[in-house]
Design a protein around this ligand. Structure first.
Ligand SMILES: NC(=O)c1ccc[n+]([C@@H]2O[C@H](COP(=O)([O-])OP(=O)(O)OC[C@H]3O[C@@H](n4cnc5c(N)ncnc54)[C@H](O)[C@@H]3O)[C@@H](O)[C@H]2O)c1
Length: 341
């Protein structure tokens, strides 16, 4: 039985608490820590089998009985808490992104060196039944050599300007999932990134210094080209699709709907909108990623996504930021040499 501590009991913390409580028999949550934990969350946590709640995550770090820590707090705490957990000899599941600052991610890389600790980054979309099947299809060679990857990734509604200010911006907060997906589908890293971006959805996002609409083109190391289109507002719901085109054909996945009911009448043919947002669309994927993390600990296997998989999308995000600001293609090697890698 793996005893787990969860740092952060906000939206994603609650998702992971639910997954462990309901579908990961090899793990039990000993402690949940959050400085702003409410009475309601404490009561709810008890119903999920959580033994103890606290405002101070150091209780988790200093507890010898806890062998794995899930970091679900705000992004600016991830690398520091990762370091403390690793130094205390604990396995870590860290929500995305590990940090916006490459130097801080590299400190986590160094801390892991020479240890046998498991470290997994929360790129949950790899565990979505559609994207998983698409990747498998491509990896099995069913569409030949990959030439073009297309990802559509649009949120149903924009976040608040306050959120945008601390989010790290579109590329490090939202597109980072798509950067991971491109790497997953192409099975290699990106070489070069070129961005066209705009503030078309909410002027408050522009005033907060960010963009809300982007077309990102990438050249991958295996020669394939990729395109990601992002918007912070799709009025019909969370739009998460992907297509891979190759020398022998094409494979594509569509959105998940509540049902596949179609109504045909004299007005036309209509169906359900896509599931509303990430909590609806990816609940199963969140459960699978945590099951795999615990499985890696119990059976001493590699985690499906390591610290390198946390670093690479951040490099792509920084290249995208630069391309957006300077209106030019940016090579990943340029970002790496700036960061001393
Ligand atoms: N993988 C995904 O699909 C996904 C989805 C949403 C959020 N996230 C990531 O998860 C993280 C949290 O996002 P959220 O939407 O749950 O935010 P949230 O604001 O709902 O929750 C964050 C929680 O962390 C707590 N917190 C802050 N500092 C803390 C500390 N030092 N110790 C313990 N708790 C602390 C806050 O009080 C808050 O309750 C972010 O990094 C975000 O990027 C990932």
């Amino acid at each position: 039985m793996v005893k787990v501590g969860i740092v952060g009991a906000g939206r994603i913390g609650r998702v992971h608490i639910t997954s462990i409580a309901t579908r990961v028999p090899d793990a039990r949550i000993k402690t949940v820590a959050d400085p702003f934990i409410t009475r309601e969350t404490e009561e709810w946590a008890k119903t999920m089998g959580v033994e103890h709640t606290t405002k101070d995550y150091h209780e988790i770090i200093n507890d010898p009985e806890i062998s794995a820590v899930l970091i679900c707090s705000s992004t600016d705490t991830h690398s520091q808490i990762s370091l403390e957990a690793i130094r205390a000899g604990k396995h870590v599941f860290c929500e995305k992104p590990v940090d916006h600052d490459v130097k801080k991610i590299m400190e986590v890389v160094k801390a892991l060196e020479g240890t046998k600790l498991k470290y997994q980054v929360g790129f949950n979309r790899r565990f979505d039944h559609n994207f998983e099947a698409l990747q498998k299809t491509v990896a099995e060679g069913k569409i030949g050599k990959t030439e073009i990857i297309k990802i559509t990734s649009r949120d149903p509604e924009p976040p608040s300007a306050d959120y945008v200010k601390v989010s790290g911006g579109l590329f490090l907060d939202m597109t980072i999932h798509d950067f991971d997906m491109v790497r997953f589908l192409a099975d290699c890293d990106a070489e070069e990134v070129y961005v066209q971006s705009a503030n078309l959805v909410d002027p408050a996002i522009g005033e907060a210094g960010d963009v809300d609409t982007a077309i990102i083109t990438l050249k991958m190391e295996n020669g394939a080209l990729a395109v990601i289109d992002n918007s912070r507002r799709a009025v019909y719901g969370y739009d998460q699709r992907a297509e891979v085109f190759g020398s022998m054909g094409m494979a594509a996945v569509s959105n998940d709907n509540q049902s596949t009911v179609q109504i045909s009448n004299s007005e036309g043919i209509t169906g359900e909108k896509p599931l509303f947002f990430f909590l609806e669309r990816y609940m199963d994927a969140y459960g699978k990623e945590i099951s795999e993390f615990i499985d890696a600990i119990v059976n001493d296997k590699e985690t499906p996504l390591g610290i390198e998989d946390g670093l690479k999308p951040v490099l792509m995000g920084l290249a995208a930021q630069k391309s957006s600001q300077e209106h030019r293609p940016v090579r990943i090697s340029e970002i790496m040499s700036e960061e001393g890698l």
